[in-house]
Design a protein around this ligand. Sequence first.
Ligand SMILES: [Zn+2]
Length: 138
Amino acid sequence: MKCVLCEASTDTVLWQDDHLRVVYVDELDYIGYCRVIWNAHVAEMTDLGDADRAHCMRAVYAAESLLRTLLKPDKINLASLGNFVPHLHWHVIARFRDDAHFPQAIWGTRQQASAAPRARGVALLQQLRQGLVHQMGP
Ligand SMILES: [Zn+2]
């Protein structure tokens, strides 16, 4: 069966090593949306050993803390679903009270026709990249 997360993708990679990659998800409604994708095709956190699990969460927490620092969101949403794509990945999403789906999950019912767009640009990507290197290593 084909798996989109096993295939080479066009994602904007912010940081990666042999085990995982942190990518920026370019969503119109969400300026602060990262995904931590485990490279090997496993479905669940408990498919990983303790060290790998800790490494995966370290990347999730690094992305979370950077989004908090850089964007000052009202809330961070962390989600690991994988019902459609059973390949271990975490969504790390900065949420704002005036975003398109708040207080629903971003996959829930849209609450507003259009959320106020926020400037992001290249600076945010550079800051995320630098911050991840700082927290995770080169
Ligand atoms: Zn896969």
